[in-house]
Design a protein around this ligand. Structure first.
Ligand SMILES: [Zn+2]
Length: 148
């Protein structure tokens, strides 16, 4: 059984590949999902090779970007920032009654301040010591474009 979070993540990726054209080559329906173990990105354009991350988040309202969104593992994100590597981000907001919206934030509009490390998980946690990050969207909320 997939967890609620995996189901939400899959829903987000499915909506992006169905609803969004490629931001780079502008073709419709060319974005495809990458395998779950592919680390740096979630979708790729099978025409031009453009890569993007997809983040799905439950939200009370879909017309504005939330202040924070749960991210993934901190260490690879930290290393990518050190190398000045950013990936475009699709943010899919989903309400409890399954309404959704999609925001897009291009890579060149991202900055280190929007990635906030969280405390490492406690020793009792299943993934003890694992450290994640939060997207702090307040710094970039006015740069995200609603695409659906
Ligand atoms: Zn493309």
């Amino acid at each position: 059984m997939a967890t609620a979070r995996q189901t939400l993540g899959e829903f987000g990726e499915q909506r992006v590949v169905q609803d969004c054209g490629c931001p780079k080559c502008k073709r419709p329906k060319t974005l495809v999902r990458l395998p779950p173990n592919f680390k740096c990105a979630d979708v790729i354009c099978d025409f031009c090779g453009y890569l993007a991350q997809v983040k799905a988040s439950s939200a009370k309202r879909i017309d504005q970007v939330p202040k924070t969104v749960m991210g993934a593992a901190w260490e690879p994100q930290r290393q990518r920032m050190e190398a000045a590597i950013y990936f475009p981000l699709f943010l899919v907001l989903v309400t409890p009654d399954a309404q959704y919206s999609i925001f897009y934030l291009s890579a060149d509009l991202q900055e280190p301040a929007m990635f906030k490390p969280r405390n490492p998980l406690s020793e009792n946690a299943r993934r003890a010591g694992w450290q994640g990050f939060l997207y702090d969207m307040t710094a970039v909320a006015d740069r995200a474009v609603r695409v659906r």
